[in-house]
Design a protein around this ligand. Structure first.
Ligand code: CA
Length: 220
């Protein structure tokens, strides 16, 4: 899963980024409104954590523009503006959730998990497909009720596939969900982890869509 963090405060941004990484997001962190705008236009994210008071361009105007383009990207506003009017304005501008500073990291992470599972079409907390269950809160993965041990990258890849159940995911998209800007990926990373996941979860669990990418296999 890939997150865009828009936060101009260095210390706070550093803490939020670390928290998002712990919650298994590959995080791109931008610190001003113009860079955020470009990132939102050029890249695809699964979630955006948006500060409102930003250099160059206010978070609220970024959000309005995003929604005017028809984007359904889940957006959580994270701001010091804590009046009821501010919250109404943020939610009415198209935010999916609103959290005020200071905040608890576990609460932020739980809210993000909720947004991701809603976006993936699952109301329940556990993502499931063909006997495989992944619980983002505990990071436990099971196959037909038996716990399966996965490496951090295998887990991140599986989380991405389960979170985009109906979609074919390209190799580039999967790579982006594993690595943030500036992190170096090996050229065959995705293939290697797909191979590992098939060994652990069954050869048909992930199918290759020739020339396009990967998708979860049919449910039996
Ligand atoms: Ca700010």
């Amino acid at each position: 899963m890939r997150a865009l963090l828009v936060e101009d405060d260095a210390l706070l941004g550093d803490g939020i980024r670390a928290g998002l990484k712990l919650a298994d997001f590959a995080v791109d962190w931008v610190r001003d409104g113009d860079t955020a705008r470009r990132a939102l236009l050029d890249q695809s994210y699964d979630i955006c954590v948006l500060d409102l008071g930003l250099p160059q361009r206010d978070g609220l105007s970024l959000l309005k523009e995003l929604r005017a383009r028809g984007s359904s990207l889940p957006v959580l506003i994270l701001t010091a503006r804590d009046t009821s009017e501010d919250k109404v304005a943020g939610l009415d501008a198209g935010a999916d959730d609103y959290l005020t500073k200071p905040f608890d990291l576990p609460e932020l992470q739980a809210r993000l998990r909720a947004l991701v599972r809603r976006a993936s079409g699952s109301a329940g907390p556990v993502l499931q497909h063909a006997g495989v269950a992944l619980d983002p809160a505990t990071k436990r993965v099971s196959l037909n009720g038996e716990l399966i041990g996965l490496s951090a990258r295998e887990y991140a890849l599986l989380y991405d596939l389960l979170g985009h159940k109906q979609h074919i995911r390209t190799r580039a998209q999967l790579e982006e969900s594993l690595y943030a800007w500036g992190e170096e990926a090996e050229s065959n990373t995705v293939e290697v982890y797909i191979h590992h996941l098939r060994k652990k979860l069954g050869a048909n669990f992930i199918r290759t869509v020739r020339g396009l990418g990967y998708q979860l296999g049919e449910e039996e």
